[in-house]
Design a protein around this ligand. Structure first.
Ligand SMILES: Nc1ncnc2c1ncn2[C@@H]1O[C@H](COP(=O)(O)OP(=O)(O)OP(=O)(O)O)[C@@H](O)[C@H]1O
Ligand SMILES: [Mg+2]
Length: 356
């Protein structure tokens, strides 16, 4: 099967619970071998969309394809997907080995694979997840992190067309979460396994994904790389949801943008001739200085607060219009300013958002 066929495709898919439309006419293409994240606030429909790929929920409208095959009429067991859940969902009475072997045992009993293939495949999955030493343990004899690795091994061993992960790390402590994150990504790359990952943690999404799908209220708001989503948000919602940003309203006039009376130099073509829009400026895209900078955004303000955060210092600056700006400085030589300062940004930094 050619790689150009999407691993998963949604065409105009909707899902209704009761009288609430939880997924609203979603179309999406997920390329093979990619690591894709569904990101959005609680209740926006991430889990629902993921479960529809596995077939745990039916579509109320639209079509779903896995590697070009239409699957929405196909029952879950006949779709080649594997799911990892937040709460692990291991079989408590089975050892690690038997948990991982479970799906393969079923396939062997149906004559779909050879019995003799099971052990090497399980051992391979245990090896990948560094679980060899734990193969005879039972779930209650393991930490949460270890149990989650078993759950991942149990999914990997099935060699799925898509590995589906629903907030798999949220029960782990912060440090472990970060190391399992790195490990998951390495394994995904090594196996070239299409992975679809649900999270509401934007750091997780930014750090792991080839492609991020930002959702809100059952619709997709933006699809793009981490860099695009972060620096080129297509809406105030996305700009605001991902990370910290300074959002201002601007008036457009003759291809130029004005914040109050202050020109906001912008790069790129296609700036509308008139109307109103927003500009997103990330805290690290602004500089604090004593002087204006030519051909840049220059805004006078007063430092209200500074917070030393180790690798950076975060300043709160108030402009003449009373707006608070968040500015991050990574310059250890920057002395804490008092009084009036200039906030500056070169024209490549402000990102214009025009919404209908
Ligand atoms: N089985 C169900 N019956 C009725 N409503 C449901 C059902 N499952 C989900 N919902 C509703 O559908 C909406 C989307 O839920 P979903 O679980 O997909 O959200 P989510 O984005 O995964 O949120 P979270 O980040 O909290 O896990 C919510 O309003 C939820 O209450
Ligand atoms: Mg969910």
């Amino acid at each position: 099967m050619s790689d150009s066929v999407p691993a998963v495709e949604f065409k105009n898919v909707s899902k209704v619970f009761g009288n609430i439309t939880v997924i609203n006419n979603v179309s999406l293409v997920i390329p093979q071998k990619s690591f894709v994240t569904f990101l959005g606030p609680s209740g926006c429909g991430k889990t629902t969309l993921l479960r529809m790929i596995a077939g745990f929920y039916d579509c109320d409208a639209g079509e779903i394809f896995i590697k070009g095959r239409r699957v929405d009429p196909v029952p879950p067991y006949a779709r080649n997907t594997a799911m990892v859940f937040q709460e692990y969902a291991l079989f408590p009475h089975l050892s690690v080995f038997d948990n991982v072997a479970y799906g393969l045992n079923i396939q062997a009993s149906e004559g779909r694979i050879k019995q003799s293939d099971i052990e090497p495949r399980v051992m391979n999955a245990l090896e990948l997840m560094q679980l060899n030493a734990l193969r005879d343990r039972f779930p209650h004899q393991m930490s949460g992190g270890q149990q989650q690795r078993v759950a991942v091994a149990r999914a990997l061993v099935m060699n799925p067309d898509a590995l589906l992960l629903d907030e798999p790390l949220s029960n782990l402590d912060a440090k472990l979460r970060e190391s399992v994150r790195v490990e998951l990504r390495q394994i995904q790359k090594k196996l070239q396994l299409t992975s679809i990952y649900v999270t509401h943690d934007q750091q997780e999404a930014l750090s792991m994904s080839d492609m991020i799908v930002v959702m809100n209220k059952g619709v997709i708001r933006q699809v793009g790389s981490a860099h695009e989503i972060y620096y080129k948000p297509n809406s105030r919602f996305v700009a605001d949801f991902i990370g910290t940003t300074n959002l201002i309203d601007v008036d457009l006039n003759g291809g130029a943008a004005l914040y109050k009376d202050v020109p906001v130099p912008l790069e790129g073509a296609g700036i509308p001739q008139s109307g109103s829009a927003s500009v997103s400026l990330r805290p690290e895209s602004l500089r604090i200085g004593k002087e204006k900078v030519e051909n840049s955004f220059n805004l006078e303000g007063t430092i209200r607060e500074s917070m030393f955060l180790g690798e950076k210092t975060r300043y709160t600056v108030v402009d003449a219009y009373g707006k608070e700006w968040i500015v991050d400085s990574f310059d250890p030589g920057l002395t804490v300013f008092e009084g009036q300062v200039w906030l500056t940004a070169t024209p490549d930094k402000p990102h214009l958002i025009v919404e209908e």
